[in-house]
Design a protein around this ligand. Sequence first.
Ligand code: HEC
Length: 121
Amino acid sequence: MHMNRQWIVSLLACLFLAACFPKAGTVPGPLSSAGLESAQARWPGTSAEELEQGRQLFLNHCNSCHSYPDRTAYSEAEWPGLARRMGKKADLKEAESELVLRFILANRSEPAAAPEAPAAR
Ligand code: HEC
C-alpha cells in the first residue's frame, strides 16, 4: 500500500538520523575553577573570558540542528576533528571553532561531567 511505504521510508530516515546524530548532553554551565585551571595548563594564555566565549558559542550554535552533544560521549582524540567539521556547519570562524573545542575539552574533563560522579549538594 502507498501509505505504508511512505511510513517505512520515514521510519528508516529517523533510524538513520538517530544513528549519526550526537548523543544528547546537558546544557553546560560556566567552567568550574578546576575546569578553568586544567584548560589554562593545557593552552597557556587562554583566558577565562575566551573559554566563556567558547561556551557562549557552543550554547548559541550547537543545538540548532540537534541537541547539545554529550561532551563525554566522544574522546579527546575525536573532538578536534568534530569541532572543526561542526564549526563549519555552524558557520563559525576557525578561531571560534577552536574556542568551542577548548571549552568542550575543559568541560569534558570536569569532575561533574563524569556520569558516575555523585550529584553536587
Ligand atoms: C547546520 C546544522 C548543524 C549545526 C549548526 C551543528 N551540527 Fe553537529 N551535526 C549535524 C548533523 C547533520 C550531524 C549528523 C551527521 C554528521 O555527523 O555530519 C551532526 C553530528 C554531530 C556530532 C556526532 C558526530 C558523529 O560522528 O557521531 C557531534 C558530536 C556534533 N554534531 C557536534 C556539534 C557541535 C559541537 C556543534 C556546534 C559547533 C554542532 N554540532 C553544530 C548538524 C549540525
